[in-house]
Design a protein around this ligand. Structure first.
Ligand SMILES: C[S@@+](CC[C@H](N)C(=O)[O-])C[C@H]1O[C@@H](n2cnc3c(N)ncnc32)[C@H](O)[C@@H]1O
Ligand SMILES: Nc1nc2[nH]cc(C(=O)O)c2c(=O)[nH]1
Ligand code: SF4
Ligand SMILES: [Mg+2]
Length: 204
């Protein structure tokens, strides 16, 4: 069994509940959605088997792996998660929630892009805040999904093809989204802020 891997890198978990934790990122290639705001190029990749993945990620000192993509649920299976567990890894997955995930993952971060939550157990809902006028309704809808943590993450418009490709306009839009997001959090105190701290720190 092989997996198409886009990149492997060592950084700090930049987002969500585990923000700040040193982690190895295993980015799988390909996605079942095409979000216009997606901040990641994930099409390219190299076929790797579980042995090679475990060998490569084990060269780093952390034992927290974040499996992301693209959409990792398109490829991740219980056998790879078992192999990671045998080697001492805590396995976090970042998913859009539309596809089933193996049940042996340690932490499921679901950042829903559609109404469909089919990934099984969710530990964390990390909803992107778009300020399109429907976020409050989406917050209410995803509050009903059982999870340990609910966060709102302001959408980074500098990578979006939804908005003008003008630096000033993008900066204004980002600032507006942040202000709206803070107001929304203050009105819904069971939710917390998730910032993409790796972008603030200018690391990967
Ligand atoms: C690239 S996605 C890959 C995992 C999965 N496909 C998903 O969407 O959750 C990783 C994380 O980046 C977030 N993300 C993608 N584009 C973003 C943007 N422009 N601003 C803020 N977060 C973004 C997603 O919501 C998700 O939480
Ligand atoms: N530092 C850092 N943290 C992250 N958390 C989730 C990421 C992702 O792209 O899934 C990501 C990422 O790309 N970089
Ligand atoms: S689901 Fe995730 S990886 Fe796929 S396009 Fe949307 S943000 Fe990007
Ligand atoms: Mg990212």
């Amino acid at each position: 069994m092989t997996y198409k891997v886009n990149e492997i890198f060592y950084s700090l978990q930049g987002e969500g509940f585990h923000t700040g934790v040193p982690a190895v990122f295993l980015r799988f290639s390909g996605c079942n959605l095409k979000c216009p705001f997606c901040d990641t190029l994930h099409a390219d990749g190299r076929e790797m088997d579980a042995d090679e993945i475990v060998r490569l990620i084990s060269s780093y000192p952390s034992r927290h792996v974040v499996i992301t993509g693209g959409e990792p649920a398109m490829q991740l299976d219980a056998a790879l998660v078992d192999r990671l567990h045998e080697n001492g890894w805590f396995v976090q997955v970042e998913t859009n929630g539309t596809l089933p995930l193996p049940g042996n993952v340690d932490w499921v971060t679901c950042s829903p892009k559609t109404d469909r939550i089919a990934c099984g157990r969710v530990d964390e809902i990390k909803l992107l805040y778009m300020a399109d006028g429907y976020d409050a309704e989406r917050m209410e809808r995803f509050s009903a999904v059982e999870a340990r943590s609910y966060s709102l993450q302001p959408c980074d418009c500098s990578v979006s093809d939804l908005h003008e490709d003008d630096g000033g306009a993008v900066e204004c839009r980002n600032k507006f989204i942040l202000e709206e997001c803070i107001a929304c959090l203050k009105a819904n105190p069971q939710w917390r802020l998730s910032l993409q701290t790796h972008k603030l720190l200018d690391i990967r």
